[in-house]
Design a protein around this ligand. Sequence first.
Ligand code: HEC
Ligand code: HEC
Ligand code: HEC
Ligand code: HEC
Ligand code: HEC
Length: 251
Amino acid sequence: MSTKDDHGHAVPGDAAENKGGATILLFFILGFAASLVIGWGIFPKLLYSTKPQPFNFNHALHNQEVGDCESCHFFREDGTFSGVPTLAQCTDCHEDVLGESEDETIFVEQYVWKEREVPWHVYSRQPDCVFFSHAAHVIQAKMGCETCHGDIGTSTALKPYQENRITGYSRDIWGYSIAGFKTHTYDRMKMDDCAECHEQAVGSVDQAPAPGVVGRHFRQEVVPAIYPLDRQAAVGSSVQTHRDACFVCHK
Ligand code: HEC
Ligand code: HEC
Ligand code: HEC
Ligand code: HEC
Ligand code: HEC
């Protein structure tokens, strides 16, 4: 090979190297953008399937008709919570179709007359291994329903129910933000979220030994200053501290 040849190759070679760098950067940016689109956009769409409720239910209308939540969501004599209402809470009024609404027609014809309970999808339902007591929170700790459920109880329409295809759990447990950010107490209801509130409200429920002066200062002053609200759950609120502590919330 001649030097001319060598020389002739050397000059475009530099340009090719620069081009190579630019191509790598371009591919990096494209790949990064693609993974964002897949991770934040497509993955949640694939992970969750949307299931329609059997028919719409208007809370605002019924609160006016009935007057209070307790007519439909009440505590039984033994302290257990009735949860979603059964037909017994409806048939006083809906023995026959009252109005023009299509939802009411479906309800009366398909469920009331056939004496079938409505197969509601429960947004807040936890896995079977979790023990949750409404009495401890609503009666003892005097917490409002919206702390954990948001505004479902005053809404005019039920929101779409989304089910995780892998676990079968409701999306309300994992939350709508894939990154786990939350701005309200009811945005997600995972183990950490239960534990976060327990630690703040009742140190005793999580049986972790109380932190010392420095530890307490760190958690109360330093952590909130560094982390926004939604990240504090990640610090100092692990429930995995005491063996018996698991059986507060697990059966
Ligand atoms: C105190 C009486 C009363 C009770 C109890 C009651 N409803 Fe109603 N409901 C009404 C009235 C009044 C309407 C309005 C009817 C109209 O004019 O369209 C209505 C409307 C409806 C509608 C159609 C409107 C909509 O979009 O929600 C549905 C569906 C319905 N009720 C379901 C139920 C179910 C399920 C229960 C039991 C959990 C129940 N209702 C309990 C009085 C009652
Ligand atoms: C007439 C009966 C009735 C009254 C009164 C009523 N609800 Fe409901 N509620 C229902 C029915 C039916 C559902 C089932 C829909 C579903 O699966 O979410 C429901 C569901 C809920 C849920 C969702 C549970 C879940 O996770 O799926 C919450 C929270 C709730 N009600 C809160 C309230 C509050 C708070 C009030 C009072 C301000 C109230 N309700 C008054 C009938 C009633
Ligand atoms: C501390 C949080 C918290 C508070 C406060 C709270 N709930 Fe719940 N609620 C939950 C959790 C968690 C579940 C799921 C329980 C499970 O699946 O074992 C639930 C389940 C429910 C259900 C569905 C139960 C079923 O049949 O599966 C209804 C209805 C409901 N809550 C209504 C209410 C109402 C009405 C109030 C206010 C009086 C209220 N909740 C207050 C956390 C809470
Ligand atoms: C926003 C605050 C808050 C959230 C969220 C919360 N809790 Fe609680 N929980 C409390 C408080 C306060 C008490 C203490 C009530 C009392 O006994 O005075 C309590 C008590 C309990 C108890 C009874 C403990 C005992 O020793 O009797 C259980 C069980 C429980 N919570 C489970 C759960 C589970 C499971 C979740 C999540 C699905 C949860 N909690 C979410 C505030 C919360
Ligand atoms: C404050 C209440 C609470 C305490 C205490 C608690 N858990 Fe949980 N745990 C939950 C809730 C609620 C869920 C379901 C939501 C989720 O997956 O985060 C759960 C889910 C789990 C799961 C996943 C189960 C499944 O089917 O997805 C495991 C495993 C688990 N917990 C282990 C533990 C262990 C081990 C401890 C004790 C070190 C413990 N938990 C203490 C509330 C609690």
